[in-house]
Design a protein around this ligand. Sequence first.
Ligand code: 5U1
Length: 714
Amino acid sequence: MKDVQTLTQEEAAAELAQLAIDLSAANRAYHQNDAPEISDADYDALKRRNAEIEAQFPELKRTDSPTDKVGAEPASGFQKITHSVPMLSLGNAFDDGDVTEFDRSIRKYLGFGDEDPLAYTAEPKIDGLSLSLRYENGQLIHAATRGDGTTGENVTSNARTIADIPAHIPNAPDLLEIRGEVYMSHADFEALNTRQSETGDKTFANPRNAAAGSLRQLDARITESRPLCFFAYAWGSLSAPLGETQSGAIQQLKNFGFQINELTKTCNGPVEMIEHYRDIETKRATLGYDIDGVVYKVDDLALQARLGFRSTTPRWAIAHKFPAELAWTRLETIDIQVGRTGALSPVARLQPVTVGGVIVSNATLHNEDYIAGLGGDGSKIRGGKDIREGDWVQVYRAGDVIPKVADVDLTKRPKTAMPYVFPTVCHECGSDAIRDDGDAIRRCTGGLICPAQAIEKLKHFVSRAAFDIEGLGAKQVEQFLEDGWIKEPADIFELRARFGAGLQQLKNREGWGEKSAENLFDAIDERRTIEFHRFLFGLGIRHLGEAAAKDLARNFADWETLADTADRAALEPATTDASKDAAAQSPAWATFLEIDGIGRALTQSLVAALAQDHERAVIDRLVAHLTILPPEDQASDSPVAGKTVVFTGTLEKMTRAEAKARAEALGAKVSGSVSAKTDLLVAGPGAGSKAKKATDLGIETIDEDGWIALIDGL
Ligand code: 5U1
C-alpha cells in the first residue's frame, strides 16, 4: 500500500471511493446482520487509512464519508424490526383526581362496585427509552427500540453489551419477549459527560439523551463503552404465561435474571396508590437515576385481558406524572407560527434556561386569549396577568410536552413593555387571519396558497405516523418545496418520473448522490402502497389524529366508502344536536358519530375538508398514485371480523362498553341500531324493538352466552 504522502489526487479519490464501499459493507455485516466479515483490527485499519487520506486531501472528502458515519448515522442505518405485539404508550394522570377517575373508569368498564376488591401494582416510571428483547429457547435473538410502537430499530448488538441484559436464560419458555427501560444512572451520566468534554466530544443534556445516544450507535463498541442499565417491567409474545398477576409475572422476570424495580408495590385501590406515589416522590432525589412518575397497572392479568386497549394505550395502566419543574427567565420576543391547519400559534422566545436538566429557549403561548390572561372559558388565568415581550416569566415542562409559561413577575416588567397585539393578517401569505365563534384559535384563511400551511402539511404527510418515507424528512421537504419540485403530496410520487432518468438535478444538490437519490425514489415507491389509517392521518385534516385515523380505518371498508359517506354528510343538514347520540343525527353523520372515538368536531372538519374543491382535488390527485390497503385484518380468524354487530337488552357477564370494545378488537363494527346491514344481534334479557326488527329482517340473533361461545379463546 502506498504511503499517503505519495498518492496522486486520482489515486486518493479512487481509494476513498473503495474505502467507503468496504467500510459500509463491514458496517452492514457487523451491525445489521450481526455477522462480522472482517476483524476489529482490520476494520480499525481501514478507518485509519480513510482518515489519513482525508487529512491529506480534505477537498476529496466524500459526502458519504465513513468518518462521518460511525456512531452518527441516522436512524435509517438500523434495520427495522416489526414488534410481534405493539409496544404501547401510557395514558397520563396529572393529579390525584385523575388517579381516582382511572380506578372509577376501570370499575365501570368491568362492572365492579365501589367495594369490590381491585388490586394494582405501582412502580416508578423510569425516564429512559423502551426496549424489547426477544429470547428463543433462552437465547437473546434480537433487541428492538420502541420506534413508532409497531416497528423499531434493530439494536441487538448494542443491547448485548448491557450487563443487565442476559444473553442466555436457562429456564426460559421457548418464546419470551421482555420489555423494559434502558437508562443511565446520574453518576455514570456525570462521568460520561466529563469524559466527553475532556476528549472534545459532544456532551449530553440529560441522562435520558445520553442513554438514547449510547444505545442507538451503529458501532456497538461505543455502546459497550457507555454504562447503560436496564429495568424489566413488561412482556410481549410468550409461549407460556408468566403468572396470573402483574406482580407475580414481575417476580418471574427477576427469576429469569432481570433487574426489576424494587419500589414496585401492590396497592389496594387509589388511596394506597397515591400514598405509594408520595413515598416514591420523596425518594426521587436519592434514587440515583431519573424517574418521571409512577405507573399503575391492574394486578390481575385476566382483568387486564378483559380491559384490553384503546388505539395506542392500555385501559389497565396509567402513568401518574410528577409535577412539572419550573424556572424563571426573560421572554425576549413573541413569534407567530402558522401550522398546517392555518392556526396562528404564538411562541415565546426565551433567554435559554435549564428546566429539569433540559435547556429551554421556546415556550408555547397557545393563543391570543392565553397571552391576554384569559382561559378557555373566558375566566382569568395567572390572576389575569397578560404576557408581554420583555417580561420576566416562569416556565415549566412536564414530561415531553412543550414548555409553557406558568407566571409573570409584574415587578420586573420593563416600563416600555406594551400589551401584545395579536396579528389579524397572516404574515406568511397576507391572508386574513380570523377567529370563528367559540374558537380560541385565530386561523389564516389562505389554505394551501399559504406557504407555511403548505409546508407544514407536507411535513406532516411524510411524518412517522403518516407516510414515513425514508430519506424524506422535514429538511428535504423544505428543500424540495423551495426548489419548486413539490407543492402537494401527489408531487412526491411524481419525483421519479420527473428526475428519474438522469437524476442530475437531485444528485447535484448538496447532500444527494446517485445512490441516495435512487434510495429516495425506492422509498417513495414503497409507500405507493399504504395502510388506510396512515393515509388518513397523512391528510393532515384538523382533529384527525392518529387514534381517530385508526378508528375510521377500522370502521370503513375503504377510502371510497369513507369519502362517499362524507360527501353525503355534506349534503345533509349538519346536525344541531350537540350530543353524540348517533340515532339523533342524519344518516351519513350517524355513520361517523356511531364510531367510538369519532366526535362532531372531527366529523365536521372531515366533511368540510372533503367538500372543499381545492382540498379534494389535492386528495384525489394523491389517491391516484396509491393502493390503499384495507384496515389490517387483525382478526381474520375471528368469526365476527368485518361483520356489523348490535348489542341490545341487558348484558350480565360484561358491561356494554366491554362487549363493544371486544367486538371491535375482533374486527367487528358495532352499531347502535338494527338495519338491513346488521349481521348479528346479541340480545340480552329485556331486548325490545331491536330484537323484533332483527327477526323481521331475518337477522341472526344470539344471547350473551352465545356471543361468549362465539368469541371464546380469541
Ligand atoms: N415502569 C413502567 N414503565 N412503563 C412504561 N411500566 C411501564 N409499562 C409501560 C410503559 C410504556 O407500558 C405497559 C403498557 C407495558
